[in-house]
Write a protein that binds this ligand. Structure first.
Ligand SMILES: Cc1cc2nc3c(=O)[nH]c(=O)nc-3n(C[C@H](O)[C@H](O)[C@H](O)COP(=O)(O)OP(=O)(O)OC[C@H]3O[C@@H](n4cnc5c(N)ncnc54)[C@H](O)[C@@H]3O)c2cc1C
Length: 483
């Protein structure tokens, strides 16, 4: 299996990334990415260290490969997958939304149904099967850009001022396609091996050029990445910014500047219906978002742990109103975990024999995520008060003898936690509740699977209202004008 070192070595491949007007020479050594690439490298090593829990046996090579590439065919496999993905999420306390496990889960879902892709042309079915096997055996890291850039959301790609603003086919060649345009939002594209490009927002007749599904290596000629401000940059130390220096996966506008894509890397071609159905007629969206929920359980538990620790540190943990707040937070975290386990306990087998988490509970909790996450963060903010701002400006106050004496004298805790440990705790809390990194994470949890109105729509579409309606019918039938 690929080691962390091999992953890091592979990144010096000429990829075109621009930050502050300059091209990044090597992501591994650049301050914006050195911490997060090391975190991903640690994950690659972890797959090897905890092979029994985090991998399964490849049906082709017989080698151990991470569970994210699995197409679960029994409840036991689904549970094994969840446990492996959970260990993986623990590695970054749930902070890498687009870790290597995420898009791999989508591709596994696609590959479970090559017939879907083959309906247009057998070669597309073969392409998805071959690509899935390739990334599974090589344990590649995929990111995706599946949303057109924000320009005018009342228009589809063909209606924009320039027909190549949103990414789509610019030219066709005998050996493949040439892609031109931009797509959002490439989380982790800067540090991945491939970008999966497609369009998830609804298209209409005339938009065929944008109705594609394909993969390109991040270093393919013409792929340009423009990340937003990277939060690891300019930070004085890991001590001061313990999360953003290690777990900022970055989000990029991805530009395809006439990028050539050979036919073998194309899965959907000029098909408006299929480009959307690929997510829902195959179990891709379910497996991908199930991975996202497994990660969210880890992150939610981490938040709960932070809240509990901070209340103990400040001696407020036994006050009844605080116990109530911790209880509310525990309830919110339990909802996320409970829905994950409910979706697994009531898993269903799809017509292709894939055992998938029950969409009712998966999408049920996703529909609430835009409210649950900010509510969790707000409880911690309320419990933390000014504590996260009562910390010294940097680690240097603990290194200078004179200032360290003040820190050790005045920064104390109800439970005897040292000044250093209290400062560490509150720096983590600030990173997750008040920093720029925190703001981005709130935006991420609210939007990563679509805008909140879209997530609620998934819940509407997948609940299955029959039982609810039957109860109402029974009730209504139980009385009448003559009752
Ligand atoms: C941190 C972060 C990371 C992300 N990572 C990725 C990634 O890795 N890959 C990827 O492909 N995408 C990613 N996304 C993009 C994500 O998929 C989009 O944010 C999401 O699909 C919503 O699209 P949008 O942001 O353009 O919002 P819009 O669609 O523009 O919606 C914004 C708001 O406008 C209103 N609105 C828009 N359209 C309608 C409508 N039809 N009806 C009613 N109201 C409407 C709603 O109030 C909505 O909340 C990421 C987003 C964030 C914030």
């Amino acid at each position: 299996m690929r080691t962390g070192k091999e992953y890091l070595n592979s990144l010096d491949d000429g990829r075109e990334i621009y930050i502050e007007g300059k091209r990044v020479e090597n992501v591994v050594t650049h301050q914006a990415f050195s911490g997060v690439t090391q975190s991903v490298a640690n994950l690659y090593d972890k797959y090897i260290e905890q092979k029994d829990e985090m991998t399964f046996t490849s049906p082709d090579s017989g080698e151990s490969v991470p569970v994210s590439h699995m197409v679960p065919r029994s409840k036991e496999e689904l549970i094994h997958r969840r446990k492996g993905l959970s260990i993986s999420a623990d590695n970054t306390f749930g902070h890498l939304g687009r870790s290597p496990d995420h898009v791999a889960s989508f591709i596994a879902g696609f590959a479970s149904d090559p017939d879907f892709f083959a309906e247009s042309d057998p070669k597309f079915g073969e392409n998805i099967t071959r690509f899935h096997k390739k990334i599974r055996e090589e344990n590649s890291y995929l990111s995706y850009v599946i949303i057109p850039p924000q320009i005018d959301r009342t228009k589809t790609a063909q209606e924009l001022a320039d027909s190549h603003l949103a990414a789509g086919i610019y030219k066709e060649r005998d050996d493949g396609l040439v892609i031109r345009g931009a797509q959002m939002l490439g989380t982790a594209s800067t540090i991945a091996d491939y970008i999966f490009l497609t369009c998830m927002t609804p298209l209409k007749p005339g938009d065929e050029a944008y109705a594609v599904s394909l993969v390109v290596p991040v270093n393919a000629k013409g792929v340009k990445l423009y990340p937003r401000r990277c939060y690891a940059m300019g930070q004085p130390s890991v001590f001061d910014y313990p999360l953003s220096t290690r777990f900022d996966e970055t989000d990029s506008l991805v530009i395809f500047n006439d990028v050539f894509v050979p036919w073998e890397d194309v899965f959907v071609y000029r098909d408006i219906k299929k480009v959307r159905e690929q997510f829902f007629r195959t179990p891709a969206h379910i497996l991908g978002n199930n991975q996202a929920q497994i990660r969210l359980v880890t992150k939610s538990k981490f938040l709960l742990g932070l809240a509990k620790k901070l209340t103990e540190t400040n001696g407020i943990d036994k006050l009844p109103p605080v116990m109530g707040q911790l209880g509310e937070l525990a309830s919110l975290v339990s909802i996320v975990e409970g829905m994950l386990l409910a979706s697994e306990a009531t898993a269903i087998t799809n017509p292709k024999g894939v055992v998938i988490p029950n969409p009712r509970f998966l999408y049920g909790v996703m529909g609430l995520q835009a409210e649950l996450y900010p509510r969790m963060i707000n409880i911690i903010r309320e419990l933390a008060g000014g504590g996260p701002l009562q910390v010294p400006s940097s680690v240097f106050e603990l290194q200078n003898e004179e200032t360290a004496a003040d820190m050790n004298h005045y920064i104390r805790s109800a439970n005897g936690t040292s000044a250093k440990d209290k400062i560490k705790l509150f720096k983590v809390i600030w990173e997750l509740t008040g920093s720029e990194f925190a703001g981005r994470h709130q935006q991420y949890e609210m939007f990563y699977a679509g805008a909140p109105f879209v997530a609620r729509n998934y819940s509407f579409m997948n609940y299955g209202f029959e039982e609810a309606l039957e109860l109402v019918d029974q009730c209504l039938e139980g009385f009448d004008v003559s009752s």
